[in-house]
Design a protein around this ligand. Structure first.
Ligand SMILES: [Zn+2]
Length: 243
């Protein structure tokens, strides 16, 4: 059931991912094809299946539809399903669904438009702090938000534009959801993932030494891993270091 809910939520996240960076309203007008603006029918709105059924093209103008649409729907469905399997009917699950949705949105707005919208991060920060009363505790959440946001602010100041304002606010949101000590893991894992990616791009000569890479997706991926598997990651680390 949570897989199905994830499919439907994912299809709404797609609308947000497309419209927010363009400054369009998320609720109006009805969903339409980005190429020919033809309003979508109910069949076009069925997650994943409509994409397969139409063979990845718009039914009205045959323009190719971005693979991001079925990808986001399927991803959200899998993440929602795994959260419920881990945490069942708890506030933790509710927090996880909200956290996952915002991470999916910022990952793809950052990849496609280089933007992590305030419209998402500000309400998410409030939600994270409120939900922490029932999950990790308000103090851990508040201090986590302050430290991770603060660390990224310092990185941004030192690197002079190497890290954007959106990353700093996303850092605060992640801190509010994972708290301390989870933020330390998020910092290490996201830096590792981002570093490996930057190295791969440098070696393949896709980027120069001075170009900035998008850090949001790595931050989001690390945050989700830590939120979901913090205990497992810590025990794995201890296992390797106990000889
Ligand atoms: Zn079209």
């Amino acid at each position: 059931m949570f897989f199905l809910i994830g499919l439907i939520v994912g299809s709404f996240l797609n609308v947000i991912i497309y419209r927010l960076p363009r400054g369009e309203s998320v609720v109006r007008p009805r969903s339409h094809c980005p190429a020919c603006e033809h309003p979508l029918s109910l069949i076009d709105l069925i997650p994943v299946l409509s994409y397969l059924f139409r063979r990845g093209r718009c039914a009205y103008c045959s323009e190719p539809i971005s693979l991001r649409y079925p990808l986001v729907e399927l991803l959200t469905a899998i993440l929602f399903g795994s959260i419920y399997m881990c945490f069942g009917w708890t506030v933790h699950t509710l927090a996880g669904l909200i956290f996952t949705s915002l991470l999916v949105i910022v990952t793809f707005t950052d990849i496609e438009a280089g933007i992590i919208p305030d419209f998402i991060t500000y309400p998410a920060l409030v939600a994270g702090l409120i939900l922490s009363w029932f999950t990790i505790g308000f103090q851990d959440s508040f201090v986590g938000a302050l430290i991770l946001g603060g660390v990224f602010l310092i990185v941004a100041l030192i690197s002079r534009g190497g890290m954007g304002g959106g990353d700093i606010k996303l850092g605060a949101v992640i801190g509010a959801f994972v708290g301390i000590p989870g933020i330390l893991l998020v910092f290490v894992i996201s830096s590792l993932l981002g570093g490996i990616w930057a190295l791969a791009l440098l070696i393949s000569r896709k980027v120069g030494r001075k170009s900035a890479i998008k850090f949001g997706p790595f931050l989001a991926l690390a945050a989700w891993m830590v939120w979901m598997y913090e205990e497992e990651i810590v025990s794995l680390y201890l296992l390797f270091h106990s000889g």
